[in-house]
Design a protein around this ligand. Structure first.
Ligand SMILES: [Zn+2]
Length: 117
């Protein structure tokens, strides 16, 4: 599993995205920031949560595709006429709700106070 990058904001104002487990030396002031100061348990716990959101969307999409496959097989090509309806529901109701949830989760992300090495 790959984790998301961590946004490091240097005391001097420089911002850099650094993968978890790596260090970054600020080119402007030379401070060295080590993302290993973040507890692994906390970091991966959050990554698992975010991954869960993505997996749920994929899961729901697969279920919908499966339902359509079954409808298509059992009721014939007429099932195709339902596709725009379901796709509309997906894009206008499900995805916005999902995005809101993910955004809310992203807002809850902790900010860690790292110390330059
Ligand atoms: Zn700096």
């Amino acid at each position: 599993m790959r984790g998301a990058t961590i946004t490091i904001k240097c005391d001097c104002g420089q911002v850099q995205y650094v993968p978890y487990g790596e260090s970054w030396t600020c080119p402007a002031c030379g401070r060295r920031w080590n993302t290993n100061q973040i507890p692994a348990e906390e970091y991966w716990g959050i990554m698992r949560e975010m991954r869960g959101y993505r997996l749920r969307v994929i899961g729901v999409a697969l279920i919908l595709a499966g339902v359509f496959a079954v409808l298509f097989i059992t009721t014939g090509p007429g099932a195709i006429s339902l596709v725009p309806l379901v796709m509309g529901g997906w894009f206008f109701f499900y995805m916005p709700r999902w995005r809101r949830k993910v955004r809310a989760a992203t807002r809850r992300l902790p900010k860690w106070q790292l110390h330059p090495e």
